[in-house]
Ligand binder design. Structure first.
Ligand SMILES: NC(=O)C1=CN([C@@H]2O[C@H](COP(=O)(O)OP(=O)(O)OC[C@H]3O[C@@H](n4cnc5c(N)ncnc54)[C@H](OP(=O)(O)O)[C@@H]3O)[C@@H](O)[C@H]2O)C=CC1
Ligand SMILES: O=C(O)C1=N[C@H](C(=O)O)C[C@H](O)C1
Length: 263
């Protein structure tokens, strides 16, 4: 495989991440874009990527085009169908789209293993964000109390972010579930204490001008620790997309999160 291009189908080519991914593929010698998958026909959007065909139906695209990897950067609803259909067509999915539930990820893992195919669901491709999650997991062994504040642009469809969910998931793996705050606390405004994952409050902020930001705030006796990451440009995600595409060619199961492969 090292001697030939990795043939890629890109779902969501007109999007913010899709545009960065097209740039990445064009500038990576061993990647080649062989088709795009959109939900609107090119006649309607006037999108074209040179000679590369643009399909509107996943099954049609995957059965007609010979490819190795699907990169999905679309919407939570579209991505699940794309991922399942890709595995059915022996295509390895690399999914950056967020919004998958734990149950969905487990079902998709079973399907990838049954097919002996690599698949990746990566809530955050930025190396700094992956380190923020790992450092938070490390800190959680020493601090019992933590809250997550994530901030994103106001075009984001899912809340909380995939990164916040993954962070909570990593932290809850190393600590016992805890009811934080005052035992008798109550909300006089619904949602004031955020949403909870295994007792970890997550607060989601959506504002124009933001890209992708997260703070993981720990509190202990007489001290706080804040671990923070900011993506200020979508270029931050592209080295992780490249690594995921290369890695998915060599695995035979679903990998959830880049931290699994960057030890
Ligand atoms: N893992 C990571 O590191 C990152 C993940 N993300 C995630 O990636 C996803 C995309 O983000 P972003 O680029 O900012 O979003 P955008 O809204 O800019 O792009 C999404 C694109 O997908 C298109 N689309 C919608 N439905 C379909 C479909 N059924 N088939 C094909 N294309 C479709 C949209 O078209 P239209 O506009 O016409 O609806 C749009 O062009 C989100 O889920 C986001 O959370 C984002 C950044 C980093
Ligand atoms: O929608 C976004 O923009 C982002 N989504 C991902 C998430 O939900 O965590 C990754 C990054 O935060 C940007």
């Amino acid at each position: 495989m090292a001697n030939r291009d990795i043939r890629i189908i890109l779902a969501g080519p007109r999007g913010k991440m899709g545009a960065s991914a097209r740039n990445l593929i064009a500038n990576t010698a061993h990647f080649s874009l062989v088709a795009c998958l959109d939900h609107k026909p090119a006649t309607e959007t006037h999108f074209s990527e040179g000679e590369v065909p643009v399909y509107t139906d996943a099954a049609h695209c995957f059965s007609e085009v010979e490819a190795d990897v699907l990169i999905d950067l679309t919407t939570p609803r579209a991505a699940k169908n794309h991922l399942e259909t890709a595995l059915d067509h022996h295509l390895r999915p690399v999914v950056g789209t967020t919004g998958f539930t734990d149950d969905e990820i487990e079902q998709l893992r079973e399907k990838a293993e049954t097919k002996s195919l690599g698949a990746m669901i990566v809530p955050n491709f930025a190396i700094g964000a992956v380190l923020m999650m790992k450092f938070s997991q490390m800190a959680a062994r020493f601090f019992d109390d933590v809250e997550i504040i994530e901030r994103h642009h106001d075009r984001k469809l899912d809340a909380p972010s995939g990164t916040a969910l993954k962070t909570a998931n990593l932290i809850s793996g190393v600590r016992a579930e805890k009811k934080q705050g005052h035992p008798d606390e109550s909300e006089t405004l619904e949602g004031a204490r955020g949403g909870q994952v295994e007792g970890i409050p997550i607060h989601s902020v959506r504002l124009p001008g933001l890209v992708a930001h997260q703070e993981v705030v720990f509190g202990g006796s007489g001290q706080t620790l804040m671990i923070r990451h900011d993506s200020i440009d979508r270029g931050s995600f592209m080295p992780g997309v490249k690594l995921a595409v290369e890695t998915v060619m060599t695995t035979k199961t679903l990998v959830y999160g880049l931290e699994q492969i960057i030890e």
